[in-house]
Structures are given as structure tokens and as C-alpha cells.
Design a protein around this ligand. Structure first.
Ligand code: A2R
Length: 307
């Protein structure tokens, strides 16, 4: 049997599959020398101290597509293979982006509360909302999930534009400057990876460019948006609305965001359906099982593809 360290929670199904080949150790009781494999998730990752204490580590299998909580540069240096779960969650995260967008445009939370509180019966019809049709929607990060979001927006006849580091082979208009793109958009949807290269790239300037009638949707990482600037922009009316699935210091969410009526907030559930989490769990486990069998993995992160 091989020694696997579990960081964060896993499902019962994943545990059952893993227990056929691994002894699963918990964080409060393990011998660092024995550990060759780690299972973790996008939030917990592997802290630098932990990684350096695991001198025989070979594989880190991540349950999620984002791996900004793992020091991949250090992993590559040490020949440790990091894996993640791309593609199997594209459609679900895209659905979450649409859910936030539609909820924001059509004031679902406000109107639901109006019905529940008896306000409709007492005070008459609810105020009108905004139409989601024919909007110019900027996608920040037109990768696997970004493309799925663009596809899902087709029925609303959205004009899609995008910003990423490189121009892609697609028909949508490319902007090499995020602020310039935001100026042209009704909506900005963030779906880049986290980490230093995207840290606070959605800053005060970008939010002001999006403007008082603009809507910001974030289904990427909290770090991508300057949260203090976001609160200021929403409070002052420089930005209209925000739909957020991710935050700077999860699970803590600033009170200011929670008290606003122009925000829709979700507890990082972008991929959080039974079906999609099962697919992600299977891929996370199969990466580990395949490595045991023949030393290869199914879905290494790009930086580790050569290992
Ligand atoms: O820069 P490019 O051309 O490689 O485009 C990637 C873009 N991207 C960035 N855009 C602007 N500034 C940056 N510093 C920057 N870094 C990356 O983000 C690409 O279009 C997109 C990422 O696409 P994928 O690698 O296919 O990732 P996927 O599967 O769509 O997931 C995105 C993220 C995850 O990393 C999690 O944090 C989150 O969604 O769930």
C-alpha cells in the first residue's frame, strides 16, 4: 500500500476508490517521510512548509482546475507532478456565471424577497428590471471555461468580446487592454486563473470603465478583483452591480458586500453540483491510481506536462 496525505475534504466515493490502493493519512497524524502522494483541492492547496517537509513527494492531485494554492515552480524543480481537473467542470462553472448574471439583471433576490415578505400583495407590482438581451459581454480569460460561457450566452444574443494575454483563433473581438475593453462592455466576466499574474487585474480603473450601468461577474478567484476597490465602486455608484462566487479571504465575505442590494453572492459553488463534483472526484482519484500503475497521470497542469 502507498501512503497518501489528504489535505482538505474528499467525498466518500473518492475515499472508497482510494482505499483500494492507498493508506490515507490525515493532516493531524502522518509521518512526512512516508508520504509520496497528496490529494488536495483548489482552496487548501499545499502550503510551502508542508511541501518542503514531504521529501519523498511524487504527485499532488488537485480536486479543481485552479492550482494557484500550490507552488508549481517549486514542484517542477523537485520533479513533483501536479494534476488538476480541467474540462469536466467547464459547463458547470459557465452555468454559475450565467446564474449570477441573470440573477443580477432580473433582480431575482429582490423580487423573491418581495413575494415572500408579502410586499407584492401589500404594495403592488415590483419595479422593472434590466433586460439581458443584446448586451456586450467582455470575457476576461477566454480559455476552456471562458469559451463555455461565451457559448452559453448565445440565446441572449450577446456581443462577445474578450481579453487574455494572447489573441485566440475565434471570431470575437480581442482587446489587448482590459480597461479599454471594459469601457465598451455592459458586463465583465472574470474567468482567468488566480496567482500573481492576475492579482487585482480588475482594479478601480477597470471597474470605473465598466461604469455605473456595468455588471461585474467573478467566477475565477477572489484575488483577480481588487475587493476593497470593488466595495468602493459599488458603494459610490461608479460600478452598477456585481455577481460574485469567489472572494479574497474565503469563507469570510466583507460585511459591506453582504449588506448591499446590488450584489449577488455565492459561496464558491462554481462547479458545485453532484454530477460535476463526481466527475472531478473521479479524475482526481484516477490521476493518483494511474500514477501508481505506470508512473503517468491523466491531467497534469501545463507546467508539469514534461515530467
Ligand atoms: O493569457 P492567455 O492567452 O493564456 O489566456 C488565458 C487567460 N489568462 C490571462 N488573461 C489575462 N491576463 C493574464 N495574466 C492571464 N493569465 C491567464 O485565462 C486563458 O484564456 C484563460 C485561462 O484559461 P484555461 O487555462 O483554459 O483555464 P480554465 O480551465 O478556463 O479555468 C480558468 C480558471 C481556473 O484557473 C480557476 O481559477 C477558475 O477558472 O475556476
Amino acid at each position: 500500500m502507498t501512503n497518501l496525505l489528504q489535505v482538505g475534504s474528499i467525498t466518500n466515493e473518492m475515499r472508497e476508490q482510494l482505499e483500494t490502493e492507498f493508506i490515507i493519512h490525515q493532516m493531524d497524524n502522518f509521518d512526512p517521510i512516508e508520504i509520496t502522494h497528496v490529494i488536495t483541492n483548489g482552496h487548501d492547496g499545499v502550503k510551502p512548509d508542508l511541501m518542503s517537509s514531504l521529501s519523498n513527494l511524487r504527485v499532488i492531485s488537485g480536486y479543481g482546475v485552479g492550482y494557484d494554492a500550490i507552488d508549481v515552480v517549486e514542484a517542477v524543480k523537485r520533479g513533483i507532478i501536479v494534476t488538476h481537473t480541467p474540462n469536466v467542470l467547464n459547463e458547470e462553472v459557465a452555468t454559475t456565471a450565467l446564474l449570477l448574471l441573470l440573477s443580477s439583471y432580473r433582480e431575482v433576490l429582490r423580487d423573491d424577497a418581495y413575494v415572500r415578505s408579502g410586499g407584492w400583495e401589500k404594495n403592488g407590482n415590483a419595479p422593472l428590471t434590466r433586460s439581458m438581451d443584446n448586451q456586450t459581454i467582455g470575457i476576461l480569460g477566454l480559455g476552456r471555461i471562458g469559451q463555455a460561457i461565451a457559448n452559453k450566452l448565445a440565446p441572449w444574443k450577446a456581443k462577445i468580446v474578450y481579453h487574455s494575454r494572447n489573441k485566440k483563433d475565434v471570431d470575437y473581438t480581442y482587446y489587448d487592454n482590459l480597461t479599454r475593453m471594459a469601457k465598451e462592455c455592459d458586463v465583465l466576466i472574470c474567468i482567468t486563473p488566480g496567482g500573481p499574474s492576475t492579482d487585482k487585474i480588475v482594479n478601480a480603473e477597470v471597474m470605473e470603465a465598466l461604469g455605473p450601468h456595468g455588471t461585474l461577474i467573478n467566477v475565477s478567484r477572489g484575488s483577480v478583483v481588487d475587493e476593497a476597490a470593488l466595495i468602493e465602486a459599488l458603494e459610490s455608484g461608479k460600478l452598477g452591480w456585481a455577481g460574485l462566487d469567489v472572494f479574497k479571504a474565503e469563507p469570510a465575505v466583507p460585511l459591506a458586500l453582504r449588506e448591499m442590494t446590488n450584489t449577488v453572492l455565492l459561496p464558491h459553488v462554481g462547479s458545485g453540483t453532484v454530477e460535476t463534483r463526481a466527475a472531478m472526484g473521479a479524475l482526481t482519484v484516477n490521476n493518483l491510481l494511474q500514477h501508481l500503475k505506470n508512473g503517468t497521470v491523466i491531467s497534469a497542469v501545463p507546467e508539469c506536462a514534461h515530467l
